[in-house]
Design a protein around this ligand. Structure first.
Ligand SMILES: [Zn+2]
Ligand SMILES: [Zn+2]
Ligand SMILES: [Zn+2]
Length: 484
């Protein structure tokens, strides 16, 4: 009951106060009579002070609150940068529970030990029979009451080599309680981090151990990793570090930004960048090289492939040999404008023709690619997308000074997965250990490139069709005819 309710007022004063108060029926009558003119009703009465003015108008206050809660808002314009997310949220009625970090813990649950203890060991063992070895071990590990009911049998089972994947699954669940250690997959054990907080992604030839491991030099049991380009690998440990930090806090690993690098090799320049989206690590690698016009097929091969292993210099997924990626690269190179003879009769002829058509010949003009090499390509077997471009770039190595030259740019976007286990869908597909991935199903609504670019730039990518890199799904690998 509020303090002003009549029941709490006492004595003579209260009696008079309630007696002199106008009747409720009268109040309503007067109110009705006075509100006929809305302008009068809105005017404050003479003896009543006006209500305090809020610091911000309701609309401005709402906009400010909205800006603070939505990180993807342009600071200058106040507009939502990620238009696709905006459109998707409009149509999204059910929560995306299959593809999101569903690591929601409730620390305020009432204790359940009494309920657990009320069931017998036999009953708990029966329940555990319905679980996988990893889940059963997690159940026994949950608290001391459950451990007493279930015993050590499930932990012993995880030592069996046959249960390696279950052991990894169980250990990955302990990540949160071990910020100073990192799960080593060859050993299936946690090791103490020796470069805690200063781990850096380095070229493959640099020895860069993140912990002391008895399997470090064991070539038969290498740690999981996937190639980015020649001489650059992406160890799974770094995906782990970024995703742990993303899930649990900075002390658990590294930020996605700290993995980005720029480097040069074999006449190509590379730029890698990383971003976490919906609980998975996305990577973009831009590979660029200057490309002279009118290349013969063998010159094109020299430009695209390494002499050492006949793999492309640019960043590619393990499935690059199948499908149309390499033919599209060669097609893009063919679009680089040819220089014209400026001397002699032929030169004059060209000049007259250009003047007649009202155009100026410029070998550095913008290159438009054709319907075959322009669309974005998506690998059907792993979460990777490619875009080919011919762009003008500055060449600082020329003796004549800075020169503008046409360059081939191959951009690759990949999804490296959630960093819990290398057996995961995305990592398995990217590193070529799984062949059950269907990228057109997983990225049905929105491409990896579109998600990635929207996170960094105000503009979304120019409307580019995404087509399959291997439309016929022929898997010939090295036996195919088009890859070289
Ligand atoms: Zn180890
Ligand atoms: Zn083309
Ligand atoms: Zn692929």
């Amino acid at each position: 009951m509020s303090a002003e309710s009549p029941g709490q007022k006492q004595g003579v004063k209260a009696f008079f106060a309630s007696a002199l108060r106008p009747k409720k029926s009268r109040q309503t009558l007067r109110k009705n009579a006075s509100t006929t003119d809305l302008r009068l009703a809105a005017r404050p009465s003479a003896n009543e002070p006006p209500p305090p003015m809020p610091a911000l108008a309701p609309l401005a206050a709402h906009q400010l609150k909205y800006k603070q809660t939505h990180a993807q808002i342009d600071t200058q314009l106040g507009e939502r940068r990620d238009y696709t997310t905006m459109i998707h949220t409009l149509g999204l009625l059910e929560p995306m529970d299959t593809y999101g970090p569903n690591m929601i813990d409730d620390d305020n649950r009432p204790p359940g030990e009494g309920d657990i203890a009320s069931l017998t060991s036999e009953l708990w063992n029966n329940i555990a029979q319905y679980l996988s070895p990893a889940e059963a071990a997690s159940l026994a590990f949950a608290n001391i009451t459950l451990y007493r009911r279930l015993g050590p049998q499930f932990f012993t089972a995880l030592h069996h080599p046959r249960n390696y994947n279950y052991r990894i699954e169980f250990l990955a669940g302990l990540d949160r309680s071990l910020p100073h250690s990192l799960l080593c997959f060859p050993c299936a054990k946690f090791h103490r981090r020796t470069q805690e907080g200063s781990e850096r992604l380095k070229p493959t030839h640099v020895v860069n151990p993140l912990f002391e491991c008895p399997n470090a030099l064991n070539a038969l049991n290498p740690p999981p990793r996937t190639p980015i380009t020649h001489g650059r690998m992406m160890p799974f440990l770094f995906v782990q570090l970024v995703m742990r930090a993303h899930r649990f806090g900075p002390s658990y690993g590294l930020t996605a930004e700290s993995l980005g690098r720029r480097w040069m090799r074999d006449g190509w320049s590379f730029h890698s960048r990383f971003h976490v989206h919906e609980g998975r690590l996305l990577m973009r690698v831009k590979s660029q090289t200057f490309a002279p016009p009118v290349l013969t097929p063998s010159q094109q091969r020299l430009l695209l492939y390494s002499r050492e292993d006949y793999c492309p210099y640019f960043s590619s997924c393990p499935h690059w040999r199948d499908g149309e990626l390499m033919p599209a690269c060669k097609c893009a190179l063919d679009h680089i404008p040819k220089p014209r003879q400026t001397g002699g009769l032929q030169g004059i002829e060209h000049k007259v023709k250009d003047r007649w058509a009202g155009r100026v010949h410029d070998p550095n003009s913008l290159v438009t690619l054709c319907g075959f090499c322009r669309p974005m390509r998506r690998c059907p077997e792993c979460p990777t997308e490619y875009l080919l471009e011919i762009k003008l770039a500055e060449d600082h190595s020329d003796a004549r000074g800075v020169q503008f030259k046409q360059a081939l740019v191959v951009t690759r976007w990949s999804d490296l997965g959630d960093g819990t286990t290398p057996a995961g869908k995305e990592w398995g597909a990217i590193s070529g250990t799984r062949d059950d991935y269907d990228s057109f199903k997983h990225y049905e609504k929105r491409g990896i490139a579109s998600i990635f670019e929207a996170a960094f730039t105000a503009d979304t990518l120019p409307g580019q069709r995404v087509i399959s890199m291997n439309p016929k799904k022929k898997k010939l690998g090295e036996n195919g005819h088009d890859w070289y």
